[in-house]
Design a protein around this ligand. Sequence first.
Ligand SMILES: Cc1cc2nc3c(=O)[nH]c(=O)nc-3n(C[C@H](O)[C@H](O)[C@H](O)COP(=O)(O)O)c2cc1C
Length: 200
Amino acid sequence: MSRMLVGITGASGAAYGLRLVRELLTAGHEVAVLLTDAGRKVVRLETGLELPADVGRSQERLRQYFDADTRLCQYALDDFFAPVASGTSAPQAMIVCPCSMGSLGRIAAGLADNLLERAADVVLKEGKKLILVPRETPLNAIHLENMLRLCRTGAVILPAMPGFYQQPQTVGDLIDFVVGKVLDQLGVEHRLFGRWGEKA
Ligand SMILES: Cc1cc2nc3c(=O)[nH]c(=O)nc-3n(C[C@H](O)[C@H](O)[C@H](O)COP(=O)(O)O)c2cc1C
């Protein structure tokens, strides 16, 4: 069992983040969630899941939604006393899914102005895995330069770009493709898509 940190920001694709949290819990991992204010609003708009602004109540709602126990927790974005704010207690991996261009730019700049940015900074400095799942189109030169900078620093840039060679039938299949690619990066076994060359 590992401690995974999932950041959900205000990019479109909230369902990717929620699916990822569910899969990690199902695989037996501890999951800490960080939700930006924009992320909370997009989660509500795109999935109908209402998460209170109050972190205690939001954590309660998330545990209910995922039918999870204390293996799932949520930290407040301004809680720099949370374990993930320090290199002495860095998670095994951090995934920002979906990752807005705003959060991506602030992480690339090393601002560490909220707990999500600080945790990403810590994961990078400690040489742990940071996976960013950006969603934006088209991309401007600032977005691309920020991604290159992060990639060169050791982050994995894993865009929310589902493939179609698996012949997806549902939106869920498209979500599973992206989440499965994240799980592959984490070395977490899954059956979210068939492997190329494997018989179905
Ligand atoms: C419905 C909706 C969809 C959005 N989709 C995206 C997106 O796909 N990518 C992106 O970078 N920003 C998107 N945004 C804008 C971000 O939410 C906005 O830049 C916000 O400040 C990001 O803050 P955060 O990084 O703290 O979550 C969207 C906003 C809304 C309201």
